[in-house]
Design a protein around this ligand. Structure first.
Ligand SMILES: CC(C)(COP(=O)(O)OP(=O)(O)OC[C@H]1O[C@@H](n2cnc3c(N)ncnc32)[C@H](O)[C@@H]1OP(=O)(O)O)[C@@H](O)C(=O)NCCC(=O)NCCS
Length: 365
Protein backbone atom coordinates (compact mmCIF):
# COMPACT_ATOMS: atom_id res chain seq x y z
CA UNK A 1 0.00 0.00 0.00
CA UNK A 2 1.35 3.41 -0.99
CA UNK A 3 0.74 6.62 0.93
CA UNK A 4 1.19 10.27 -0.15
CA UNK A 5 3.65 12.05 2.11
CA UNK A 6 3.85 15.84 2.28
CA UNK A 7 7.55 16.35 1.59
CA UNK A 8 7.60 20.02 0.60
CA UNK A 9 5.72 23.19 1.47
CA UNK A 10 5.90 26.80 0.36
CA UNK A 11 3.87 29.97 0.38
CA UNK A 12 3.74 33.46 -1.02
CA UNK A 13 2.11 36.32 0.84
CA UNK A 14 1.89 39.59 -1.08
CA UNK A 15 3.53 42.40 0.89
CA UNK A 16 0.82 45.10 0.58
CA UNK A 17 -1.35 45.32 3.68
CA UNK A 18 -4.93 46.55 4.04
CA UNK A 19 -5.42 46.99 7.78
CA UNK A 20 -8.81 47.36 9.45
CA UNK A 21 -8.07 51.07 9.89
CA UNK A 22 -7.35 51.31 6.14
CA UNK A 23 -10.64 49.50 5.50
CA UNK A 24 -12.50 52.04 7.62
CA UNK A 25 -11.34 54.78 5.22
CA UNK A 26 -13.21 52.99 2.40
CA UNK A 27 -16.39 51.68 4.06
CA UNK A 28 -18.33 52.57 7.21
CA UNK A 29 -16.66 50.20 9.67
CA UNK A 30 -14.06 50.09 12.45
CA UNK A 31 -11.15 47.98 13.65
CA UNK A 32 -13.11 47.20 16.81
CA UNK A 33 -16.17 45.90 14.89
CA UNK A 34 -14.17 43.81 12.42
CA UNK A 35 -11.85 42.28 15.01
CA UNK A 36 -14.59 41.45 17.51
CA UNK A 37 -16.86 39.84 14.83
CA UNK A 38 -14.20 37.98 12.87
CA UNK A 39 -10.76 37.99 14.55
CA UNK A 40 -9.32 39.75 11.48
CA UNK A 41 -6.77 42.54 11.94
CA UNK A 42 -5.50 42.93 8.38
CA UNK A 43 -5.34 41.27 4.99
CA UNK A 44 -2.67 41.19 2.24
CA UNK A 45 -3.63 42.32 -1.27
CA UNK A 46 -1.82 41.03 -4.35
CA UNK A 47 -0.32 43.11 -7.16
CA UNK A 48 0.30 39.97 -9.23
CA UNK A 49 -1.88 37.20 -10.63
CA UNK A 50 -3.09 34.00 -8.99
CA UNK A 51 -0.78 32.10 -11.36
CA UNK A 52 2.29 34.14 -10.40
CA UNK A 53 1.65 33.74 -6.66
CA UNK A 54 1.02 30.02 -7.15
CA UNK A 55 4.23 29.64 -9.16
CA UNK A 56 6.34 31.11 -6.32
CA UNK A 57 4.60 29.02 -3.65
CA UNK A 58 5.22 25.89 -5.78
CA UNK A 59 8.84 26.86 -6.47
CA UNK A 60 9.40 27.17 -2.71
CA UNK A 61 7.60 23.88 -2.02
CA UNK A 62 9.74 22.05 -4.61
CA UNK A 63 12.91 23.47 -3.03
CA UNK A 64 11.74 22.38 0.43
CA UNK A 65 11.11 18.86 -0.91
CA UNK A 66 14.35 18.81 -2.90
CA UNK A 67 12.33 17.69 -5.93
CA UNK A 68 13.16 18.60 -9.52
CA UNK A 69 10.16 20.17 -11.34
CA UNK A 70 10.73 17.72 -14.20
CA UNK A 71 9.85 14.85 -11.84
CA UNK A 72 6.37 16.21 -11.03
CA UNK A 73 3.53 14.16 -12.57
CA UNK A 74 0.60 16.42 -11.72
CA UNK A 75 -0.10 20.03 -10.75
CA UNK A 76 -3.48 20.93 -9.27
CA UNK A 77 -4.33 24.58 -8.73
CA UNK A 78 -7.15 25.10 -6.26
CA UNK A 79 -8.63 28.55 -6.84
CA UNK A 80 -11.85 30.51 -7.14
CA UNK A 81 -10.13 33.48 -8.75
CA UNK A 82 -7.92 32.23 -11.61
CA UNK A 83 -7.28 35.00 -14.14
CA UNK A 84 -8.30 32.80 -17.04
CA UNK A 85 -10.60 29.84 -17.48
CA UNK A 86 -9.19 28.73 -20.83
CA UNK A 87 -6.39 27.81 -20.84
CA UNK A 88 -6.34 26.86 -17.21
CA UNK A 89 -3.92 28.54 -14.81
CA UNK A 90 -2.29 25.29 -13.70
CA UNK A 91 -0.74 25.01 -17.19
CA UNK A 92 0.83 28.47 -16.68
CA UNK A 93 2.35 27.27 -13.38
CA UNK A 94 3.61 24.12 -15.11
CA UNK A 95 5.37 26.13 -17.81
CA UNK A 96 6.86 28.67 -15.38
CA UNK A 97 8.26 25.87 -13.22
CA UNK A 98 9.53 23.83 -16.16
CA UNK A 99 7.52 20.83 -14.97
CA UNK A 100 7.70 19.31 -18.43
CA UNK A 101 5.87 16.02 -17.94
CA UNK A 102 3.23 17.23 -15.46
CA UNK A 103 -0.48 17.09 -16.20
CA UNK A 104 -2.13 20.28 -14.99
CA UNK A 105 -5.66 21.25 -14.04
CA UNK A 106 -7.57 23.82 -12.02
CA UNK A 107 -10.04 22.72 -9.39
CA UNK A 108 -12.72 25.02 -8.04
CA UNK A 109 -14.73 24.16 -4.97
CA UNK A 110 -14.17 27.68 -3.51
CA UNK A 111 -12.37 27.77 -0.16
CA UNK A 112 -12.14 23.96 -0.01
CA UNK A 113 -10.29 23.78 -3.38
CA UNK A 114 -6.83 23.08 -1.95
CA UNK A 115 -8.18 20.40 0.36
CA UNK A 116 -10.20 18.78 -2.44
CA UNK A 117 -7.02 18.90 -4.57
CA UNK A 118 -4.97 17.17 -1.88
CA UNK A 119 -7.63 14.43 -1.80
CA UNK A 120 -7.47 13.92 -5.58
CA UNK A 121 -3.66 13.85 -5.70
CA UNK A 122 -3.41 11.58 -2.64
CA UNK A 123 -5.86 9.08 -4.11
CA UNK A 124 -4.01 9.10 -7.46
CA UNK A 125 -0.72 8.42 -5.66
CA UNK A 126 -2.34 5.66 -3.60
CA UNK A 127 -3.77 4.13 -6.79
CA UNK A 128 -0.31 4.17 -8.37
CA UNK A 129 -1.21 6.35 -11.35
CA UNK A 130 1.22 9.13 -10.31
CA UNK A 131 4.20 9.38 -7.95
CA UNK A 132 4.74 13.10 -7.30
CA UNK A 133 2.24 15.95 -7.28
CA UNK A 134 2.07 19.64 -6.49
CA UNK A 135 -1.16 20.97 -4.98
CA UNK A 136 -1.39 24.72 -4.62
CA UNK A 137 -4.15 27.01 -3.34
CA UNK A 138 -3.89 30.55 -4.68
CA UNK A 139 -6.38 33.41 -4.54
CA UNK A 140 -6.55 37.04 -5.58
CA UNK A 141 -9.93 37.52 -4.06
CA UNK A 142 -9.37 41.25 -3.48
CA UNK A 143 -10.41 41.75 -7.12
CA UNK A 144 -13.87 40.36 -6.34
CA UNK A 145 -14.63 42.70 -3.42
CA UNK A 146 -17.74 44.82 -3.67
CA UNK A 147 -16.89 48.07 -1.89
CA UNK A 148 -20.55 48.89 -1.46
CA UNK A 149 -20.97 45.91 0.87
CA UNK A 150 -19.33 46.56 4.21
CA UNK A 151 -20.71 43.25 5.51
CA UNK A 152 -18.39 41.18 3.31
CA UNK A 153 -15.53 43.29 1.87
CA UNK A 154 -13.43 43.06 5.05
CA UNK A 155 -13.40 39.27 5.19
CA UNK A 156 -10.98 38.28 2.46
CA UNK A 157 -7.28 38.48 1.58
CA UNK A 158 -4.85 37.20 -1.07
CA UNK A 159 -2.00 34.69 -1.04
CA UNK A 160 -0.83 31.24 -2.07
CA UNK A 161 0.30 28.03 -0.37
CA UNK A 162 1.55 24.78 -1.90
CA UNK A 163 2.60 21.28 -0.94
CA UNK A 164 4.55 18.54 -2.70
CA UNK A 165 3.10 15.05 -2.27
CA UNK A 166 5.28 12.01 -2.89
CA UNK A 167 4.55 8.28 -2.88
CA UNK A 168 5.79 6.63 0.30
CA UNK A 169 5.67 3.19 1.91
CA UNK A 170 5.34 4.81 5.35
CA UNK A 171 1.86 5.36 6.76
CA UNK A 172 1.94 9.18 6.42
CA UNK A 173 0.08 11.97 4.63
CA UNK A 174 -3.70 12.25 4.33
CA UNK A 175 -4.86 9.03 6.00
CA UNK A 176 -8.59 9.66 6.30
CA UNK A 177 -10.71 12.18 4.59
CA UNK A 178 -14.28 13.24 4.09
CA UNK A 179 -15.48 15.62 1.38
CA UNK A 180 -19.03 16.90 1.44
CA UNK A 181 -21.42 19.55 0.22
CA UNK A 182 -24.14 20.87 2.55
CA UNK A 183 -27.54 20.50 0.80
CA UNK A 184 -29.56 23.58 -0.24
CA UNK A 185 -26.98 26.15 0.74
CA UNK A 186 -25.73 27.35 -2.66
CA UNK A 187 -27.32 30.79 -2.45
CA UNK A 188 -25.91 31.98 0.88
CA UNK A 189 -22.46 32.58 -0.64
CA UNK A 190 -22.64 33.46 -4.30
CA UNK A 191 -20.73 35.48 -6.90
CA UNK A 192 -23.42 35.53 -9.61
CA UNK A 193 -21.38 37.36 -12.26
CA UNK A 194 -18.14 35.42 -11.75
CA UNK A 195 -17.91 33.06 -14.72
CA UNK A 196 -19.58 32.93 -18.12
CA UNK A 197 -22.94 34.44 -17.21
CA UNK A 198 -21.87 38.10 -17.84
CA UNK A 199 -21.48 37.17 -21.51
CA UNK A 200 -25.28 37.16 -21.74
CA UNK A 201 -25.46 40.71 -20.43
CA UNK A 202 -24.81 44.19 -21.67
CA UNK A 203 -23.33 47.08 -19.75
CA UNK A 204 -20.91 47.21 -16.84
CA UNK A 205 -20.12 44.03 -14.96
CA UNK A 206 -20.27 44.21 -11.19
CA UNK A 207 -18.74 41.31 -9.31
CA UNK A 208 -21.05 41.38 -6.36
CA UNK A 209 -20.84 38.94 -3.52
CA UNK A 210 -24.25 37.74 -2.30
CA UNK A 211 -23.70 36.87 1.28
CA UNK A 212 -25.77 35.69 4.22
CA UNK A 213 -23.18 35.69 6.99
CA UNK A 214 -25.16 33.97 9.71
CA UNK A 215 -26.46 31.27 7.36
CA UNK A 216 -22.88 30.55 6.22
CA UNK A 217 -21.73 30.49 9.83
CA UNK A 218 -24.31 27.86 10.84
CA UNK A 219 -23.84 25.68 7.73
CA UNK A 220 -20.05 25.88 8.06
CA UNK A 221 -20.07 24.70 11.66
CA UNK A 222 -22.56 21.93 10.87
CA UNK A 223 -20.74 20.76 7.71
CA UNK A 224 -17.27 20.76 9.29
CA UNK A 225 -18.47 19.07 12.49
CA UNK A 226 -20.05 16.25 10.47
CA UNK A 227 -16.91 15.80 8.38
CA UNK A 228 -14.70 15.81 11.47
CA UNK A 229 -16.85 13.16 13.21
CA UNK A 230 -16.62 11.08 10.05
CA UNK A 231 -12.81 11.11 9.81
CA UNK A 232 -12.24 10.61 13.54
CA UNK A 233 -14.49 7.57 13.39
CA UNK A 234 -12.80 6.29 10.22
CA UNK A 235 -9.39 6.40 11.92
CA UNK A 236 -10.71 5.18 15.28
CA UNK A 237 -9.52 8.40 16.95
CA UNK A 238 -10.95 10.84 19.47
CA UNK A 239 -10.17 14.53 19.84
CA UNK A 240 -7.52 13.64 22.45
CA UNK A 241 -5.51 11.80 19.81
CA UNK A 242 -5.17 14.95 17.70
CA UNK A 243 -1.94 16.92 18.20
CA UNK A 244 -2.83 19.92 16.06
CA UNK A 245 -5.94 21.32 14.37
CA UNK A 246 -5.50 23.45 11.24
CA UNK A 247 -8.96 24.70 10.20
CA UNK A 248 -9.97 26.89 7.28
CA UNK A 249 -9.50 30.49 8.42
CA UNK A 250 -12.82 32.22 7.73
CA UNK A 251 -13.88 33.59 11.09
CA UNK A 252 -12.31 33.30 14.54
CA UNK A 253 -15.75 32.64 16.07
CA UNK A 254 -16.36 29.74 13.67
CA UNK A 255 -12.98 28.25 14.68
CA UNK A 256 -13.76 28.72 18.39
CA UNK A 257 -17.22 27.18 18.01
CA UNK A 258 -15.74 24.13 16.29
CA UNK A 259 -12.99 23.73 18.89
CA UNK A 260 -15.59 23.95 21.66
CA UNK A 261 -17.81 21.32 20.01
CA UNK A 262 -14.79 19.03 19.70
CA UNK A 263 -13.70 19.76 23.24
CA UNK A 264 -10.39 20.74 21.75
CA UNK A 265 -8.08 23.29 23.48
CA UNK A 266 -7.47 26.46 21.45
CA UNK A 267 -3.75 26.08 22.32
CA UNK A 268 -3.66 23.22 19.77
CA UNK A 269 -5.43 25.21 17.03
CA UNK A 270 -3.47 27.07 14.36
CA UNK A 271 -5.00 30.53 13.94
CA UNK A 272 -3.74 32.92 11.25
CA UNK A 273 -6.95 34.79 10.45
CA UNK A 274 -5.71 37.87 12.31
CA UNK A 275 -2.79 38.16 9.88
CA UNK A 276 -4.30 37.05 6.54
CA UNK A 277 -8.13 37.18 6.85
CA UNK A 278 -9.85 34.53 4.71
CA UNK A 279 -7.59 33.64 1.78
CA UNK A 280 -10.06 31.00 0.53
CA UNK A 281 -8.22 28.09 -1.13
CA UNK A 282 -4.88 29.35 0.22
CA UNK A 283 -5.91 29.53 3.86
CA UNK A 284 -4.99 26.03 5.08
CA UNK A 285 -1.68 25.68 3.20
CA UNK A 286 -0.69 29.20 4.35
CA UNK A 287 -1.47 28.30 7.97
CA UNK A 288 0.36 24.97 7.57
CA UNK A 289 3.49 26.67 6.17
CA UNK A 290 3.52 29.17 9.04
CA UNK A 291 3.02 26.39 11.60
CA UNK A 292 6.01 24.51 10.14
CA UNK A 293 8.13 27.68 10.06
CA UNK A 294 7.47 28.56 13.71
CA UNK A 295 8.08 25.00 14.95
CA UNK A 296 4.45 24.21 15.82
CA UNK A 297 4.39 21.19 13.48
CA UNK A 298 6.56 18.43 14.93
CA UNK A 299 7.67 15.10 13.41
CA UNK A 300 5.02 12.37 13.54
CA UNK A 301 2.17 14.66 14.58
CA UNK A 302 -1.44 13.71 13.95
CA UNK A 303 -3.01 16.78 12.38
CA UNK A 304 -6.71 17.40 11.88
CA UNK A 305 -7.88 19.79 9.20
CA UNK A 306 -11.40 20.98 8.35
CA UNK A 307 -12.72 23.33 5.73
CA UNK A 308 -15.80 24.83 4.05
CA UNK A 309 -16.53 27.13 1.14
CA UNK A 310 -19.18 28.31 -1.27
CA UNK A 311 -21.46 25.52 -2.33
CA UNK A 312 -21.40 25.00 0.62
CA UNK A 313 -18.61 22.52 0.14
CA UNK A 314 -16.94 21.14 3.23
CA UNK A 315 -14.50 18.50 4.38
CA UNK A 316 -12.10 17.25 7.01
CA UNK A 317 -8.98 15.12 7.02
CA UNK A 318 -6.45 13.44 9.29
CA UNK A 319 -2.87 14.05 8.19
CA UNK A 320 -0.03 12.05 9.70
CA UNK A 321 3.12 14.15 9.44
CA UNK A 322 6.38 12.45 8.45
CA UNK A 323 9.81 12.86 10.05
CA UNK A 324 11.04 16.02 8.37
CA UNK A 325 9.94 19.52 9.38
CA UNK A 326 12.84 21.41 7.81
CA UNK A 327 13.26 22.34 4.17
CA UNK A 328 15.86 20.43 2.16
CA UNK A 329 16.78 23.58 0.22
CA UNK A 330 15.50 27.16 0.09
CA UNK A 331 14.27 28.75 -3.13
CA UNK A 332 15.80 32.13 -3.98
CA UNK A 333 13.00 33.12 -6.36
CA UNK A 334 11.12 36.34 -5.59
CA UNK A 335 8.39 38.54 -7.04
CA UNK A 336 9.29 42.26 -7.36
CA UNK A 337 7.31 44.45 -4.96
CA UNK A 338 4.60 46.92 -6.03
CA UNK A 339 5.63 50.54 -6.29
CA UNK A 340 2.77 52.27 -4.48
CA UNK A 341 0.32 51.96 -1.61
CA UNK A 342 -2.57 49.53 -1.16
CA UNK A 343 -4.95 52.38 -2.08
CA UNK A 344 -3.05 52.93 -5.35
CA UNK A 345 -3.27 49.21 -6.07
CA UNK A 346 -7.03 49.14 -5.52
CA UNK A 347 -7.82 52.55 -7.09
CA UNK A 348 -9.63 51.14 -10.14
CA UNK A 349 -11.66 48.75 -8.01
CA UNK A 350 -12.73 51.56 -5.64
CA UNK A 351 -13.67 53.77 -8.59
CA UNK A 352 -15.66 50.93 -10.19
CA UNK A 353 -17.84 50.67 -7.08
CA UNK A 354 -18.24 54.43 -6.74
CA UNK A 355 -15.95 54.91 -3.72
CA UNK A 356 -14.10 58.23 -3.70
CA UNK A 357 -10.56 57.32 -2.67
CA UNK A 358 -8.68 60.01 -4.64
CA UNK A 359 -7.44 61.70 -1.45
CA UNK A 360 -5.83 58.41 -0.32
CA UNK A 361 -3.76 57.87 -3.47
CA UNK A 362 0.00 58.48 -3.46
CA UNK A 363 0.35 58.10 -7.22
CA UNK A 364 -1.28 60.22 -9.90
CA UNK A 365 -4.50 58.53 -11.06
C1 LIG B 1 -19.83 38.27 8.34
C2 LIG B 1 -19.92 38.09 9.85
C3 LIG B 1 -18.56 38.40 10.48
C4 LIG B 1 -20.93 39.08 10.39
O1 LIG B 1 -21.09 38.93 11.78
P1 LIG B 1 -22.56 38.95 12.43
O2 LIG B 1 -22.36 38.87 13.87
O3 LIG B 1 -23.33 37.84 11.75
O4 LIG B 1 -23.09 40.38 12.05
P2 LIG B 1 -24.47 40.77 11.33
O5 LIG B 1 -24.38 40.42 9.88
O6 LIG B 1 -25.60 40.20 12.13
O7 LIG B 1 -24.48 42.34 11.46
C5 LIG B 1 -24.64 42.96 12.73
C6 LIG B 1 -24.72 44.46 12.53
O8 LIG B 1 -23.43 44.96 12.10
C7 LIG B 1 -23.60 45.73 10.92
N1 LIG B 1 -22.41 45.55 10.09
C8 LIG B 1 -22.24 44.66 9.06
N2 LIG B 1 -21.01 44.81 8.55
C9 LIG B 1 -20.39 45.76 9.26
C10 LIG B 1 -19.09 46.33 9.22
N3 LIG B 1 -18.16 45.93 8.33
N4 LIG B 1 -18.78 47.29 10.12
C11 LIG B 1 -19.69 47.70 11.04
N5 LIG B 1 -20.93 47.21 11.11
C12 LIG B 1 -21.28 46.23 10.25
C13 LIG B 1 -24.86 45.23 10.28
O9 LIG B 1 -25.38 46.24 9.44
C14 LIG B 1 -25.72 44.91 11.48
O10 LIG B 1 -26.27 46.12 11.94
P3 LIG B 1 -27.75 46.16 12.57
O11 LIG B 1 -27.68 45.26 13.78
O12 LIG B 1 -27.94 47.59 12.90
O13 LIG B 1 -28.65 45.65 11.51
C15 LIG B 1 -20.32 36.63 10.22
O14 LIG B 1 -21.67 36.40 9.92
C16 LIG B 1 -19.48 35.59 9.49
O15 LIG B 1 -18.26 35.57 9.62
N6 LIG B 1 -20.08 34.68 8.74
C17 LIG B 1 -19.34 33.69 7.99
C18 LIG B 1 -18.68 34.37 6.84
C19 LIG B 1 -17.71 33.54 6.09
O16 LIG B 1 -17.04 32.79 6.66
N7 LIG B 1 -17.61 33.70 4.78
C20 LIG B 1 -16.67 33.04 3.97
C21 LIG B 1 -17.07 31.67 3.66
S1 LIG B 1 -15.73 30.73 3.00
Amino acid sequence: MKYAEITGWGSYVPPLLMTNDDMSKIVDTSDEWIFSRSGIKQRHYAHVSVGKMAWLACDRALAAAGVDPEDIDLIILGSTTPEEICPNTASYIKNELGAKKAAAFDLNSACTSWFYGVNVATDMIKAGSIKKALVVGSERISLAMDWQKRESCFLFGDGAGAVVLEASDKKVGLLSSHMGCVPDSRECLHLPSWGMSPLHWTGDIFISLNFEGQEIFKSAVRGMSDSISHVLEQEGLTAEDIDLFIPHQANMRIIQTLAKRLNFPMAKVVVRIDEYANTSAASIPLALCDAIADGTVKPGMTILTATFGAGLTCGAGIIKWGERVTAKTISESEIPEYDGSVFDLMADSFAHYGVDAQHLLTKNP
